[in-house]
Design a protein around this ligand. Sequence first.
Ligand code: ZN
Length: 139
Amino acid sequence: MSEFIPNPAPRPLNYLDEEFWNHCADGILCFQCCIDCETWRHIPRFMCANCGSEKWGWRQSNGRGTVYSWTVCHMPMSREFEKDFPYAVLVVEMEEGVRITAGLKGMDYKDLKIGLPVEVVFEPLEGGGQLPFFRPVSA
Ligand SMILES: [Zn+2]
């Protein structure tokens, strides 16, 4: 049996990334929303792509969306992920309109379908923080 290596913690690129991950650490999925035109956005950035405004705030997502696309990793790119492969990486279109990339939980990737309703679930990281994953919405 191979040595257990925990998932790596996110490495924020700037304070906006850091704020996104801090919300995740609290178990809350938040995205930026433009104050001027109400357009949600992700990944975190300084300016609205819709209207150019630099005024924004964090808003809590309802955590629900649908599978927009996915890929299956059959070959781990680092040792941290060897324990999990093969695994799916999803692009989820959130009900707020933004798309987010995250892992899959609670079902076999072979049963994935475009448009499948999913909801966010957080998984704690060793050493603090949490990563968002998506699982199928139970009927
Ligand atoms: Zn805007």
